[in-house]
Write a protein that binds this ligand. Structure first.
Ligand SMILES: NC(=O)c1ccc[n+]([C@@H]2O[C@H](COP(=O)([O-])OP(=O)(O)OC[C@H]3O[C@@H](n4cnc5c(N)ncnc54)[C@H](O)[C@@H]3O)[C@@H](O)[C@H]2O)c1
Length: 317
């Protein structure tokens, strides 16, 4: 199958490219390298360094393609609060351009990177796909708007679509080119920040008085290799005229202190921390119900928090 990977120079996209090309997929990449890195795209892969905001570059990228995996976009919650227009333009407007380009090119299959941020503050844990969606920031709102747009596209233009709502993606892939890992700047994700903490830059714990067993927030983490496995299963599950949504997490939660303890085990040393006040908009607990992905896609994550932490640490060296 010939697959266009948008955002294929980013953290998750470049991992997908690497795994999928070794499984026999013929890959093209469209990425403007605004947060990704051209050197993450392997030589031999067709690479259009271009933008979702440019219809010609989209058309070029879609030439000869059977399906699209759409990772490209802006994904920093804090930045989205400061620049909601940018998130609207790139995430929503860019996806509109992509869907129109697919229509023109006759490409009818798409797997989209949605997010747990579409749910907002959950009323029930674990979170099912039919839970209420009430995003608490512009980033989550754009992901929800895109899910709705893709749903309409499946009805109106008969495309086959899956939205995968990731919880927290972590870990790294060791391949023949070395480690593919998170290279975000700024890095907002907990695991790399915990592993990089030092006496001068201790990791900040936002709130120690949450209604959780150790008082810190609980989140659901999924290894990036397991996540890509779900994308391949999603690609194979696509049906014309149908849009499905699946949560992707581990179905388990880890508190901030449990992640710090895992990092201390991996490094063999204490992790410097500093207590900070709660951040507004942070729910106490976010855990995915992944039973739909398990039963319909036949997907099951196999890597736990220790592997996510130790792979991330290994990728730094
Ligand atoms: N990392 C996570 O934990 C997580 C969780 C939920 C959802 N997601 C979603 O997964 C996707 C990938 O996330 P990531 O962590 O790999 O982020 P990333 O920033 O590493 O990758 C995003 C890629 O999109 C590219 N891009 C941005 N704007 C573009 C544009 N206008 N045209 C073309 N390319 C553009 C960037 O250059 C980058 O390579 C994003 O859509 C994100 O919202 C990630």
């Amino acid at each position: 199958m010939r697959v266009l990977v948008t955002g294929g120079a980013g953290y998750i996209g470049s991992t997908a490219v690497e795994i999928m090309r070794h499984q026999g997929f013929e890959i093209s990449v469209l990425d403007d390298c605004s947060t990704g890195h051209a050197d993450s795209v392997p030589s031999g892969v067709r690479f259009i360094q271009g933008s979702l905001l440019n219809e010609k570059e989209i058309a070029e990228a879609l030439m000869g393609v059977d399906a699209v995996i759409h990772f490209a976009g802006k994904s920093l919650v804090g930045e989205s609060v400061e620049k909601p227009d940018l998130y609207q333009r790139v995430n929503v407007g860019g996806t509109r351009n992509l869907l129109d380009g697919m229509h023109t090119a006759g490409v009818k299959k798409i797997v989209f990177s949605s997010s747990a941020a579409t749910y907002g503050e959950p009323a029930v844990i674990p979170i099912k796909e039919n839970a209420q969606t009430s995003p608490t920031n512009p980033y989550g709102a754009t992901k929800l708007e895109i899910d709705h747009m893709i749903h309409a596209e499946s009805e109106i233009r008969n495309i086959a679509a899956v939205s995968l709502r990731y919880f927290n993606v972590a870990g790294a892939l060791n391949c023949d080119r070395g480690w593919l890992s998170e290279r975000h700047n700024p890095e907002t994700h907990l695991i790399p920040n915990v592993l990089r903490s030092s006496g001068e830059t201790p990791v900040r714990i936002f709130g120690g008085d949450w209604p959780t067993p150790d008082g810190t927030c609980i989140r659901d983490y999924v290894h990036v290799i397991d996540l890509i496995d779900a994308h391949i299963k999603a690609l194979n599950s696509l049906e014309l005229g149908v849009h499905e949504i699946y949560n992707l997490g581990s179905g388990d939660g880890y508190s901030v202190r449990q992640v710090i303890a895992a990092a201390a085990r991996a490094k063999g040393q204490e992790i410097p921390t500093i207590d900070s006040p709660r951040r507004t908009g942070d729910p106490a607990v976010l855990i995915a119900d992944i039973s739909k992905a398990k039963s319909i896609l036949g997907w099951s994550p196999s890597r736990g928090i220790d592997e996510m932490v130790s792979d991330t640490l290994a990728s730094f060296n």
